[in-house]
Design a protein around this ligand. Structure first.
Ligand code: PAP
Length: 336
C-alpha cells in the first residue's frame, strides 16, 4: 500500500516515468535520487546516475545480452567523443564492404549512432529481446554504462571493448551545452553554475565521471588485450597513431599496402569533425531518440572550457580531478 501511495505522489511530478514497467517503477522508489539535467530526476542505480527510462533498458540488457567473441563494444561517458569513435570504428571494420572513398559510403548518409547502436538508447530501449543474430560481423555496439555494470557475457567472452575518455573540463562544457539544447521545454534551462556543482558532486548521467573512467582504466591496465583506453586529446593530436592502434586492437590491422595507399588519412578525413559536421544527415537529420544530429557537432576542440569556467571553478574541478584520479596513473591534456 505504501508503495502505491508513494508512486501516485511521484507520478504527478515525473511524467517521464509513466511508461515504465511496474518492476522498474518499484525499483525507482528504492533508489537515491537527485535533480536531473534534462529529466526531473536522476536515480543512482548500481552506483551510477541515470534517467528512469535508461534503467529499464539497462536491466533488459544486463539480463539478456549474449556477447559473441567477435563483438566490439565502444564505451564512453557522454560527450567524450563517442560519435567520432563510432565513425572511426565503423569505417575500419567495414572497409572491405564499404571502400572509404566510395561516394555511397554509409557514413556520408547516416549518423554514426545509427550505424553503431547504443544498447541502452536503442537496442534495448523498447525491446527486451531484440534479435541481434542477423547483424553483420563483427557486431559493433555503443554504451555509456560503466564497466562494472556491463553484462557478464561482455566481461567474460573474448569480445573487445574500446573506451574513449576526454578531459573532464571539456566534457563538462560539452555536456552543459548539449543538455540545454536537447532538454524538453518542461524542464527549466540549467545554469552553468548549477550544472558545475552537480558535475563536481558526480551527479551527471552515468557519473560520477571519475568512477566511470577509473572502472575502464583499471580494467584496461589489467587486461590490455580486452580493453583499449583512448583519449580524445591524443586523437586530436595524432589521429594516425590512434587509428593504427584502434585497427590492430579490433583485429583489423592495416596492411602495408593499405597504408601506402593512404587508407589512414582517408579514414581520418572521412570521420573528421569538419567533414561530418557539414554532411546533410548531420545538419538536418535525427538519430537516437529523435535527437537532432546537429547537436552532436559543436566545436570539437580541446580546451574550450577556458571560455566558460571562472578561476574559482577551474580550481574546484582541478581539486576534484586530483583527489579522485590522482595516483591512478590516468591524466589528461586540458589545453589545446
Ligand atoms: P554523445 O555522448 O552524445 O554521443 P559525443 O560524441 O561523445 O556525444 O561528444 C560530442 C563531442 O564530440 C562534441 O564536443 P564539443 O561540445 O566540445 O564540441 C562534438 O563537437 C565532438 N565531436 C563530434 N564529432 C567529432 C569528430 N568527428 N571529431 C572530433 N570531435 C567530435
Amino acid at each position: 500500500m505504501h508503495v502505491l501511495i508513494s508512486y501516485a505522489e511521484k507520478k504527478s511530478t515525473d511524467g517521464e516515468e509513466e511508461k515504465l514497467s511496474q518492476e522498474c517503477k518499484e525499483l525507482l522508489l528504492s533508489l537515491p535520487k537527485e535533480k536531473g539535467w534534462r529529466t526531473h530526476h536522476l536515480y543512482k542505480y548500481q552506483g551510477f546516475w541515470c534517467q528512469p527510462r535508461e534503467i529499464q533498458s539497462i536491466i533488459s540488457f544486463q539480463k539478456h545480452f549474449q556477447a559473441s567473441d567477435t563483438d566490439v563494444v565502444l564505451a564512453s561517458i557522454p560527450k567524450s567523443g563517442t560519435t567520432w569513435l563510432k565513425a572511426l570504428a565503423f569505417a575500419i571494420v567495414n572497409r572491405k564492404r564499404f571502400a572509404i572513398s566510395n561516394i555511397n559510403h554509409p557514413l556520408l548518409t547516416s549518423n554514426p549512432h545509427d550505424l553503431v547502436p547504443f544498447f541502452e538508447y536503442k537496442i534495448y530501449a523498447n525491446n527486451q529481446l531484440p534479435d541481434l543474430s542477423k547483424l553483420p560481423e563483427p557486431r559493433l555496439f555503443g554504451t555509456h554504462i560503466p564497466f562494472a555494470s556491463l553484462p557478464n557475457s561482455i566481461k567474460k567472452s573474448s569480445c573487445r571493448v574500446v573506451y574513449i575518455s576526454r578531459n573532464p573540463f571539456d566534457t563538462f562544457i560539452s555536456s552543459w551545452h548539449f543538455i540545454n539544447k536537447i532538454k524538453p521545454r518542461s524542464i527549466a534551462p540549467m545554469s552553468l553554475d548549477e550544472a558545475f556543482e552537480m558535475y563536481c558532486k558526480g551527479v551527471i548521467g552515468f557519473g560520477p565521471f571519475w568512477e566511470h573512467m577509473l572502472g575502464y582504466w583499471k580494467e584496461s591496465t589489467d587486461r590490455p588485450h580486452k580493453i583499449l583506453f583512448l583519449k580524445y586529446e591524443d586523437m586530436k593530436e595524432d589521429i594516425s597513431s590512434c587509428l593504427k592502434k584502434l585497427a590492430e586492437f579490433m583485429g583489423f590491422p592495416f596492411s602495408l599496402e593499405e597504408e601506402r595507399g593512404g587508407i589512414i588519412e582517408k579514414i581520418a578525413k572521412l570521420c573528421s569533425f569538419e567533414n561530418m559536421k557539414d554532411l546533410e544527415v548531420n545538419k538536418s537529420g535525427k538519430s537516437i531518440k529523435n535527437f537532432e544530429n546537429k547537436n552532436l557537432f559543436r566545436k570539437g576542440d580541446v580546451g574550450d572550457w577556458v571560455n566558460y569556467l571562472s578561476p574559482r571553478q577551474v580550481e574546484q574541478l582541478t581539486k576534484v580531478v586530483e583527489e579522485k584520479l590522482g595516483g591512478s596513473g590516468l591524466s589528461f591534456k586540458v589545453f589545446s
